[in-house]
Design a protein around this ligand. Structure first.
Ligand SMILES: NC(=O)c1ccc[n+]([C@@H]2O[C@H](COP(=O)([O-])OP(=O)(O)OC[C@H]3O[C@@H](n4cnc5c(N)ncnc54)[C@H](OP(=O)(O)O)[C@@H]3O)[C@@H](O)[C@H]2O)c1
Length: 512
């Protein structure tokens, strides 16, 4: 049994070991995520020599297929989705480790057959007993899959091996359902073997936030309310309810679908205190403290600080797109928000009085996720009569699609007159490192195989995030008329009310 203290020190150094041989079981083998993200991520790990010498990927789904059919379907999707292209020879080598298992998630018998199948694979070639179960099914199936894994005793770490579970989002739809699911998860797997995915945390730039903050003395001292005027976190999407997404989305909405997980995770990375080391628990301890110190909101505060809105018909990419309520599988009287903007405060020593603005919207003019920290202006005694001199410094962290960072500062424009203009210092991965970033799922899959949960959400993080989102949802539902729905035309940057929210404190949204 490894000493947990020594283990935490070891993790603190983030050694990038090649994981031990293992079986990866993907529930939802025929689904969209498996085709577009999971298998291409595993293929790229294989190309980079990051997978163990012996690994088996067992895909579990209901449709009638065999290994050969599944492999050729995956090959087709890998051609379109692998970030480093598709090499026929390498694929053939990789795909020898792909196996299809036909089963029903509701059937105990399927799970006992699955166990036999895993055991056969474990003893072919070099023997190993490490098992990673990836729940890539609709969330309604998460409890039954966990219960059936337990009945088949697949949750138990085998002798000289481990058994771990990765759970896709959404993790619950409110605090109550998340707590229920957590009870089932923790009744089945040890918390340290549980990996709740938030793929934003696997993005290179999200991981770089800690380095930017804690390894750079030009930023570290400024990272507090004394110097930072306000922070903005924006996630813009131009997609609407394509592909039948309306059925799920109309029950969720922007706050539950994106803010509860991805945006609050980014917020906690931006606002957290330095952890004592880089072990999973130290980092997550600090993140959860941020979530606990977000100032709670009752209906009156929600009315003042949170804007909810729906898109109306408009033009995007030269095409006319329907209003949210006219989308397929959306209630024509829906009160679900396709856009949310909020102003929140973190009640701790570092951030006292600093507004954090978060916005997420669908059918916006572009697809981008960015964080910007707007610094306070210096005393304006020297350049006050010059145009442009009042603009503040802004540090921007681009999470997607074009990952990188930039700093806006003021400079004298070259010439014989004294003009001040903002200039940008830009960092992107390609220019500096001559290589692109791995896909988030690559990093997350390898971390789960190695046993490093730093980039996964812990139980208390998920529950505290829901507590905050529930307070907003409760106010909306209890005061439907007092907290109105706003509207914005598709292809624009959201409702005027969201601009007014920032204007109240003299701020404006940073254009993306
Ligand atoms: N797709 C994305 O881009 C994305 C992004 C973020 C998170 N996620 C999350 O990832 C998960 C999977 O999403 P998805 O889009 O891949 O879903 P999907 O395309 O609908 O796939 C669902 C999978 O579940 C299988 N399944 C359904 N009922 C089953 C049963 N009774 N027994 C066995 N297998 C069954 C289906 O296989 P058969 O039809 O062959 O039975 C299929 O492989 C969801 O939790 C989603 O929220 C997806």
């Amino acid at each position: 049994m490894p000493d947990p203290y020594v283990e935490s020190l070891r993790r603190g150094f983030k050694s990038r070991d090649i994981p031990g041989s293992c079986s990866i079981v993907i529930f939802g083998a025929t689904g969209d995520l498996t085709h577009r993200k999971l298998v291409p991520a595993l293929y790229n790990l294989f190309l980079n020599g990051e997978l163990p010498d012996s690994f088996k990927i067992i895909g579990f789904a209901r449709r009638d297929k065999n290994d050969q059919i599944w492999r050729s379907e995956l090959e087709e999707s890998n051609r379109n989705n692998s970030r480093s292209g598709h090499d026929e020879e390498k694929w053939n080598e990789f795909s020898k480790s792909l196996f299809y298992f036909r089963g029903d998630l509701n059937s105990e018998e399927s799970f006992s057959d699955l166990k036999k199948c895993i055991m056969v694979h474990e003893t072919k070639g070099p023997t190993f007993h490490n098992r990673l179960f990836y729940l890539s099914t609709a969330p309604d199936f998460f409890p039954v899959v966990l219960e059936n894994l337990k009945k088949a005793q697949l949750n138990l770490s085998p002798k000289k091996g481990w058994s771990r579970v990765i759970i896709e989002k959404p993790f619950g739809s409110n605090l109550g359902t998340a707590q229920n699911l957590n009870r089932i998860v923790n009744d089945t797997f040890h918390e340290s073997d549980t990996y709740r995915i938030d793929h934003y945390l696997g993005k290179e730039t999200a991981q770089n936030i800690m380095v930017l903050r804690f390894a750079n003395s030009i930023f570290e001292p400024l990272w507090r309310s004394r110097f930072i005027d306000h922070v903005q976190i924006t996630c813009a999407e131009h997609l609407g309810m394509e592909g039948g997404r309306g059925a799920y989305y109309d029950k969720a909405g922007a706050a539950r679908d994106m803010v509860q997980n991805h945006l609050l995770q980014l917020l906690s990375l931006i606002a957290m205190e330095p952890p004592t080391d880089l072990s999973a628990n130290s980092v997550r301890d600090e993140k959860v403290k941020v979530l606990r110190t977000i100032r709670g909101m009752g209906p009156e505060e929600v009315r003042k600080n949170v804007i909810r809105a729906q898109y109306t018909e408009g033009t995007l990419g030269g095409k006319t797109v329907p209003s949210y309520r006219d989308e397929a599988r959306v209630d024509p009287k829906s009160m679900t928000e396709s856009y949310v903007a909020m102003r929140l405060f973190i009640d701790n020593w570092r951030w006292e009085g600093t507004p954090f603005y978060i916005r997420m919207g669908k059918r916006l003019p572009t697809k981008a996720t960015e964080i910007s920290l707007h610094l306070k202006s210096p005393p304006n005694v020297l350049f006050q009569k010059l145009p442009g001199s009042t603009e503040s410094n802004v540090l921007t962290i681009r999470i997607q699609p074009d990952e990188g960072m930039s700093v806006r500062m003021l400079s004298k424009k070259p010439g014989t007159t004294f003009k001040i203009e903002p200039v940008e210092m830009n960092f992107d991965y390609w220019s500096s490192f001559k290589k692109g970033s791995p896909e988030a799922y690559e990093r997350l899959l390898i971390d789960a195989m190695i046993g490093d949960a730093t980039l996964f959400a812990r139980r208390d993080e998920v529950e505290n995030a829901w507590l905050f989102i529930d307070s907003i949802q409760d106010s909306w539902h209890k005061s439907n008329t007092a907290i109105p729905m706003s509207y914005y035309e598709s292809g624009t940057w959201g409702p005027i009310e969201a601009d007014n929210l920032l204007a109240e404190l003299g701020h404006e949204w940073r254009p993306l």
